[in-house]
Write a protein that binds this ligand. Structure first.
Ligand code: SAJ
Length: 424
């Protein structure tokens, strides 16, 4: 059985490492975060993902997964580090570069390096050439050139959806783009051992671009829904119901509006396309701008209503970046709460059953409290539904009818196929 070194034990690397260990691979996890490493070695994930706790504690207790703050020799190196953007929405590849520098001393003839991090086109080639510079004693592949390379380098972009990562790790189709055809085949051999979905091979640049357009496609579709929601507010139409009915058309599939697009993927990756082709990526850029505007739009709606009250109390339902996860990264709903506090003169209550503690940057600045749904309702002058968590869908909405409500999550919208509504 092959040995795998997973570089970066975050939202992608850790579930991948635990899943590979559960398939019998000898997995070495490497992360620079000492606290994450300690927690993993104690069998405890450092973030919430359904079933990950169980899988990780089994992987650690059988000795198949061990985490360290340095890499180690392995047959496969899977790089799963962040690829954020820096000022000017330019891609920041410093984590990928640092990962290359860290693993370079541990490569040996026969090693395969797989970049899973979502990356701008050309990054996999950069990885190969950076490693080649660090290890002149080994023969590295050159883009699309058949050679006798001892090392294989490929891109296999992660595709898993937070909240259902462990299932999707195995069942999703995968794209593998090697620096050469041989690199694709070597990476394929690993993924074939645990993926039940189909595996498609291509070149590295295409694989990088495919991943970017998957997320840009979703971003554009969400921007369309968000734009519809703002138009609907103006013309007095329930956007949720309108979209639901439009989606009854066999060739229409509009996504849902919300408070904006959060997380570390969809709000970032389209910028890599814009950066590569600024004059041509006009729709993709506009979609980003529409989605980036949405938190401010929701905030302004709440503020315009709060101005009607003397000492307004605003209860915000949901602060995570999307429903049914505990992840606050780049959360547009959290941004709305932050701005409400900064605005001043408003008492802000937060109700979020997925969140145990409010971020300290917020609690230290203002009068902010985490409360249950009943308290949030009783105390509120204004209710702002920001995230459509499952428990919120079971709220008794008739008890909210006398409140001033801003419903950015569509919780109070009535489905079109409720009894009594004709579904001819
Ligand atoms: N959102 C909406 N309306 C929708 C769907 C989502 O407003 O109809 C919002 C969410 O609330 C959230 C944001 O968009 O703020 C992103 O959520 P998401 O569920 O669309 O995506 P992520 O960021 O959790 O995961 C995405 C996935 N990509 C696609 O679905 C194309 C996932 O498969 C990728 O692995 C992940 O990005 C990634 O890491 O790239």
């Amino acid at each position: 059985m092959s040995t795998i070194c997973v570089v970066g034990l975050g939202y992608i690397g850790l579930p991948t490492a635990a899943m590979l260990a559960s398939r019998g691979f000898d997995v070495i996890g490497y992360d620079v975060n000492e606290r994450a490493v300690e927690s993993i070695n104690a069998g405890k994930p450092h973030f919430y993902e359904p079933d990950l706790q169980m899988l990780l504690s089994a992987a650690v207790s059988t000795g198949r997964l061990r985490a360290y703050t340095r890499p180690s020799e392995a047959d496969y190196f899977i790089i799963a580090v962040p690829t954020p953007f820096r000022d000017g929405k330019k891609p920041d590849l410093s984590y990928v570069e640092a990962a290359c520098d860290a693993i370079a001393p541990y490569l040996q003839a026969g090693s395969t390096i797989i970049l899973e991090s979502t990356s701008p086109v050309g990054t996999t080639e950069m990885v190969a050439s950076r490693l080649a510079d660090a290890r002149p004693d080994l023969i590295f592949p050159r883009y699309k050139e058949a050679s006798d390379a001892q090392i294989a380098v490929a891109h296999c972009p992660e595709r898993i959806l937070p909240g259902q990562m462990l299932r999707e790790l195995v069942s999703n189709d995968r794209i593998i783009g090697g620096i050469t055809e041989n690199c694709s085949q070597r990476a394929c051999a690993l993924y074939e051992s645990f993926v039940t979905g189909r595996i498609f091979t291509t070149d590295a640049r295409t694989a990088e671009f495919v991943k970017l357009i998957e997320n840009a496609y979703r971003d554009v579709n969400i921007a369309f829904a968000n734009e519809l929601s703002m138009i609907c507010d103006r013309i007095g139409v329930d956007v949720w119901r309108a979209i639901e009915l439009a989606n009854k058309h066999p060739r229409v599939s509009i996504l849902q509006p919300g408070t904006g697009v959060g997380g570390h993927c969809i709000a970032v990756d389209p910028w890599f396309i814009v950066d590569a082709a600024p004059d041509d990526a006009r729709l993709i850029k506009t979609a980003r701008e529409v989605n980036e505007r949405k938190p401010d739009y929701v905030f302004q709606r709440v503020i315009s209503l709060a101005d009607r009250f003397k000492n307004p109390v605003v209860s915000c339902y949901g602060i995570t970046y999307k429903p049914d996860v505990d992840d606050l990264r780049e959360s547009p709903s959290l941004e709305i709460v932050r701005r409400l506090i900064q605005h001043g003169g408003i008492r802000v209550l937060v109700c979020d059953p997925l969140v145990k503690h409010l971020p300290s940057e917020l609690t230290s600045h203002g009068d902010l409290h985490l409360v249950d749904a009943d308290t949030a309702r009783q105390e509120a002058d204004i209710v702002a539904f920001l995230v459509g968590h499952k428990p919120f869908k079971r709220l008794e909405f008739n008890r909210y009818l006398h409140k001033v409500v801003v419903d950015a999550a569509g919780l109070m919208s009535k489905p079109a196929d409720l009894p009594g509504v004709s579904a001819r």
